[in-house]
Design a protein around this ligand. Structure first.
Ligand code: ATP
Length: 294
């Protein structure tokens, strides 16, 4: 009987695993399906290469028609410059990034890249032109090398190392017993939040996009990691058009321009020095963060 039981039990396990796999595939198709809601126009064209400026013109947006998230918002990032967006939680900062990547279409107004309305562009060319360092980077349970090279799968080993160096990860990785072959664990659990975000920066540097979106992690980082990431970010933004969504004002001090977003509207804009001199909401946020650090 035991001889019979073992294979049957094995088949039972196999059956459960196959069923689980189908459930996962189903879920994946559903996810893909939601993303495919936005389709290319039949005459969509590819985004030209080279420096690109970004403009939001009178943009309004709602995830749910009963609740407006962005209201008549206009902003401009000249090619090669950095714009930082700050403001309280829920103000719509990450929504700006999602709209720029065209996960959703605007309800009113328009978004232009290099002078072209996003809706007239081919999405594959848009996604090639934009690199996102998200709040929560998705890492695959594979080696660090694989996770960085994911930014450009045909990159050479030397190019992967160079990107890791630029993200100040190379020394850290080289000191690990398995070096670049170290696996990062399920969802990157073996890495700290700061290390994960640096892997994402290296990945994006390898992709070498014309436009960089950086969505700063809200999770607390120690101040050394925070400064290191701010420095790498600044280096990554050189020569690119960058949109930085920041929670810590230390990240944005050197941005060309800063906007303060409040309930979907821009309430202040200017440089760090200009906004401090204005002594409004930005200056109040700055004082609060300085006190917290002290
Ligand atoms: P945080 O600083 O906390 O990251 P944020 O300023 O980036 O916040 P968003 O993520 O842009 O804010 O969200 C703006 C508003 O839209 C919030 O009120 C949020 O609850 C809502 N929202 C965000 N994503 C969705 C969604 N997929 N469906 C419905 N509402 C959403």
């Amino acid at each position: 009987l035991i001889q019979l039981y073992a294979p049957l039990n094995f088949l039972g396990v196999l059956y459960r695993e196959i069923r689980q796999a189908f459930t996962d595939i189903e879920r994946m198709f559903r996810l893909l399906g939601t993303e495919r809601e936005i389709r290319d126009a039949p005459d969509a064209w590819p985004l030209p290469s080279g420096p690109l400026d970004v403009r939001f013109e009178h943009v309004s947006f709602a995830y749910d028609p009963r609740r407006q998230v962005l209201e008549d918002l206009s902003l401009e990032i000249p090619a090669g410059q950095t714009l930082a967006v700050v403001g309280h939680s829920g103000g719509g900062k990450s929504t700006l990034a999602r709209l720029l990547f065209r996960f959703y279409d605007v309800s009113a107004g328009r978004i232009l890249i290099g002078g072209h309305d996003l809706r007239t562009l081919r999405q594959d060319s848009l996604r090639r032109a934009i690199g996102i360092v998200p709040q929560d980077t998705v890492l695959f349970n594979d080696s660090i090398f694989y996770n960085i090279r994911y930014g450009r799968p045909d990159a050479s080993e030397e190019e992967v190392f160079a990107a890791a160096r630029a993200a100040q990860l190379h020394d850290f990785i080289s000191a690990l017993p398995d070096g670049y072959h170290t696996t990062v664990g399920e969802r990157g659990l073996k890495l700290s939040g700061g290390e994960k975000q640096r892997v994402a920066i290296a990945r994006t540097l390898l992709k070498n996009p014309a436009i960089l979106i950086f969505d700063e992690a809200t999770s607390a980082l120690d101040s050394r990691t925070e400064q290191a990431i701010a420095a790498q970010l600044e280096a990554a933004a050189v020569g690119r058009t960058a949109l930085i969504i920041a929670h810590r004002l230390s990240t944005v001090m050197n941005a060309d321009r800063i906007v303060v977003l409040e309930a979907g509207r821009i309430v202040e804009h200017g440089t760090h020095a200009g906004l401090l001199a204005r002594d409004g909401q930005y200056a109040a946020m700055w004082r609060l963060q300085q006190q917290e650090q002290d």
